[in-house]
Design a protein. Structure first.
Length: 193
């Protein structure tokens, strides 16, 4: 058990029989006789629902310790993602709600840390910025010359706005939390001898 003022983003806690992943924590000091408050954004591990919860700073919270294993992403079927432990070949499935929008950027063979609680997979640790290849872009028109952005369809089906210089076949880096273009992905550069 720990007190609410010790909560940090990334922790896993149990409240009222439900398991939550702590996404954000903000502590506010109280004035005079009013006590402070610890404001949190939580993600229910099973349902994927986001919620906000306020705690008193000295309120007790049950922290859960999770085990992390490196798993290989195999495939996606509808909204279920299948991973395999490369050592034991054991396969597990995670719902798309648990992975969030970053799940759309997973590619077969990618290694991802998966968190387990009491032997059950509860989340995957995915980066905030991931790469995807551009399948098609809308050609720039004269009216777009003032704006430096155009629409592009990615290999995973998402449509995002990219700068005019991005062409089909190029890889781009995307912030998966917002769905916004970050930069052109730079592959290995060839050295000329």
């Amino acid at each position: 058990m720990l007190v609410a003022s010790e909560l940090r983003a990334g922790m896993v806690i149990r409240m009222e029989g439900q398991i939550y992943w702590v996404l954000e924590v903000e502590s506010r000091a109280g004035a005079a006789k009013l006590g402070g408050v610890v404001k949190t954004r939580l993600n229910n591990v099973r349902s994927g629902r986001m919620s906000e919860k306020h705690f008193r700073p000295l309120e007790r919270v049950e922290e859960l310790h999770v085990e992390r294993q490196l798993m290989e992403f195999l495939f996606r079927q509808e909204n279920v993602y299948t991973f395999m432990n490369p050592n034991t070949y054991e396969q597990i499935e995670l719902a798309g709600e648990i992975l969030g929008p970053a799940g759309q950027f997973l590619q077969a063979g990618m290694e991802v840390p998966v968190e387990f609680f009491e032997g059950e997979p509860i989340s995957a640790v995915l980066p905030d910025i991931m790469e995807a290849r551009v399948l098609d872009t809308v050609p720039a028109t004269r009216s777009q010359e003032d704006s430096a952005w155009k629409e592009a369809k990615l290999e995973n089906g998402l449509v995002i706005r990219v700068p005019l210089f991005i062409a089909p076949g190029e890889s781009v880096r995307v912030d998966v939390r917002t769905g916004h273009y970050v930069e052109r992905a730079h592959g290995e550069r060839r050295r000329t001898a």
